[in-house]
Design a protein around this ligand. Structure first.
Ligand code: M6R
Length: 605
């Protein structure tokens, strides 16, 4: 988490740094800060979003051609100005912005205190900058040697950019796991947590290797080296400055725009069809007719897409699939073998736990297929094959169009896996059915006024339960996640069958239950669950197939979904739940695109 941006060039640094931060704000928005080195260092920080920092810089004399900036998602230490970055060392010589976690910061901090260092805040980042200060000032190391030592001594996943008051023509960067990219244009260098933030400015870039140090001195060739100081080959790539879907285009919120874009995104994925199927995967299938298990690894909404994938792959291909939260997988002793196909699912492709989990599986010899939305992401680069989601840039913290894109790509993948001699169910039917999805989603969106009414009516409730069975069980989880993350209302998703094993105790006349009953196979069972809720006085908001009068007569509210085969139902049933959550959040006055405590890309464990 946290976005870092650095600039060294021939222009005024401030506006470039602030602009870079705006693009990186999806990585965290608890506080923001900027430092410019121009003879001496000037630092300005503030709690809150990047715009608060922009406002604070107005009227300030902030000139200089070298600077660093940061937007924070708090890990160590509360949200405060003292804990906001950039952090200066006690001597005032070094100033740094940092993304990631220094795991042994407490011991290192205690050691530094014995040497007289005093800390203003509680962050691991302040320990980091002071440790560099100590190595250079107390131990007499050069900055370059100090950085090598830092990488040996300080544990964790981190990236940082550093300025040294005594070397005003240089900027230093270190990457240990957390991402860091260097961009270049005529006489200008940019350092950034991602390539997207560079696209307006740089013509070419390279992604710093893991465990590397970069020293940039004015116009000289950048010096990239490993943690032993051995120079590394730099591989430049061209940067295109088109970022589709990155603007608000007249919409009030990115989340809303991204919900509305779903039909178009799905049509685009369908058009690319088999072109989106990586050749490395075809080779894997050709050489591995013996592979007999799939493990899906993901977090959050991507995990829910993975669950839909499991139901699909098992139904259509009769192959065992397990879906695991990436962090749970990596911190136990998972059984993985070279004959497993491991699928990592992630919008960002940078989620720390998912990235680490696929690395672990790769280390055990499994073939790694990633489904992710960002071509330059760590997951895309480290996997054996990647299916790009083609959802366009997703900015809203709540995943919406990336979720539907994940499901569509999983459906196409199911249809592309070229074997199983006994398909009871025909994958051609799936692909055929997909064609009608964009127009059916448009129909659902056209009924938004009804969802707005429902949102207004129910936004005062403190708790919601979402129930579904079969293909709609993952949608119950997703509906609850959407509601809680943007409205801060407590919501739980459950398999409807599990309700009577505990959650039913919660039901009373103040407890709305969203019952997703629009699939054919489980309809009867869902009706029984609805009756059980009604028998206890609960409120039922039912998602039903259009014209289902039986459920209409027993539910308090209904949301109609056009008919579609069960395996495709999640693509439709999730859409009204996204809109419902959005309108509840709006009516409660929440910050829909940047809800509290969250970040778009979760790059810490
Ligand atoms: O980038 P990823 O898909 O790996 O992100 C995983 C989760 O952090 C993400 O889906 C998160 O749960 C969203 N905020 C949900 O809307």
């Amino acid at each position: 988490m946290c976005g870092i941006f650095g600039y060294l060039g021939n222009k005024e640094a401030l506006n470039i740094l602030l602009d870079g931060l705006r693009s990186l704000e999806y990585r965290g928005y608890d506080s923001a800060g900027v430092a410019i080195l121009n003879g001496s260092v000037t630092v300005l920080k503030t709690i809150g979003h990047v715009q608060c920092l922009v406002d604070k810089t107005k009227g300030e004399q902030f000139h200089g051609h070298l600077g660093i900036a940061h937007t924070r998602w708090a890990t160590h230490g509360k949200v405060s100005e003292d804990n906001a970055h950039p952090h200066c060392s006690s001597s005032g010589r070094f100033v740094l912005v940092h993304n990631g976690i220094v795991e042994n910061y407490a011991e290192t901090g205690s050691f530094l205190r014995t040497k007289g260092y005093v800390f203003k805040g509680e962050t691991d980042s302040e320990v980091l900058v002071n440790y560099i200060d100590y190595l250079v000032i107390f131990q007499g190391l050069t900055v370059k040697t100090a950085l090598k030592k830092v990488m040996k001594v300080l544990l964790g996943a981190y990236a940082f950019v550093l300025m040294d008051e005594q070397e005003p023509g240089k900027i230093f960067a270190v990457r240990q796991m957390s991402p860091l990219v260097a961009g270049f244009s005529e006489g200008e260098v940019f350092l950034s947590s991602d390539t997207h933030a560079l696209s307006k400015y740089a013509k070419r870039y390279f992604i710093m290797d893991n465990k590397s140090i970069l020293v940039i001195s004015g116009n000289a060739e950048p010096l990239l080296m490993n943690s032993d100081g051995v120079p590394l080959q730099v591989e430049y790539k061209e940067l295109s400055n088109d970022s589709p879907g990155a603007g608000l285009e007249g919409y009030a919120h990115y989340m809303y725009k991204e919900i509305i874009e779903q039909p178009e995104i799905i049509s685009g994925i369908l058009k690319s069809g088999k072109d989106n199927f990586p050749k490395e995967l075809s080779s894997f299938f050709r050489g591995s007719s013996h592979f007999n298990r799939i493990i899906i690894l993901a977090c959050g909404t991507s995990y829910h897409a993975g669950l839909v994938g499991k139901y699909l792959l098992e139904k259509y291909l009769r192959i065992p699939v397990s879906v695991e939260y990436a962090a749970e997988f990596r911190y136990r002793c998972p059984v993985v073998s070279p004959s497993d196909l491991v699928i990592g699912i992630s919008q960002s492709g940078e989620t720390a736990d998912t990235l680490a989990a696929i690395r672990l599986a790769k280390g055990k010899g499994a073939f790694i297929l990633s489904l992710c939305n960002v071509a330059e992401s760590g997951m895309a680069r480290e996997s054996d094959a990647t299916i790009l989601l083609r959802a366009g840039t997703e900015i809203g913290v709540a995943s919406t169009k990336s979720f539907t894109a994940q499901m569509v790509n999983l459906i196409q993948l199911t249809a592309c896996i070229p074997f199983r001699d006994f398909p009871e169910f025909k994958t051609e039917e799936l692909i055929d059915g997909l064609k009608s999805i964009p127009s059916k989603i448009k129909t659902i969106i056209s009924r938004e006024p009804h969802l707005i009414e429902l949102a207004k009516k129910y936004s005062h409730h403190k708790h919601f339960l979402f129930l579904g069975r079969g293909f709609n069980y993952p949608i119950a989880l997703e509906g609850a996640l959407k509601l809680k993350e943007i409205s801060y209302i407590h919501a739980e998703g459950y398999p409807a069958s599990e309700m009577k094993h505990g959650p039913i105790a919660l039901i009373d006349e103040n407890f709305p239950v969203v019952a997703i009953a629009c699939d054919a196979e489980n309809r009867r069972k869902m009706i029984s669950n609805i009756m059980e809720i009604k028998a206890r006085g609960g409120i039922v908001i039912a998602l039903i197939r259009e014209g289902d009068t039986e459920i209409t007569n027993i539910a308090d509210e209904i949301i109609e979904i056009p008919p579609v085969q069960d395996a495709l139902v999640p693509l439709l049933s999730v859409v009204p739940l996204q809109l419902f959550a959005y309108h509840i959040a709006l009516s409660l006055g929440r910050d829909v695109d940047q809800p509290r405590n969250l970040a778009k890309s979760v790059t810490v464990e």
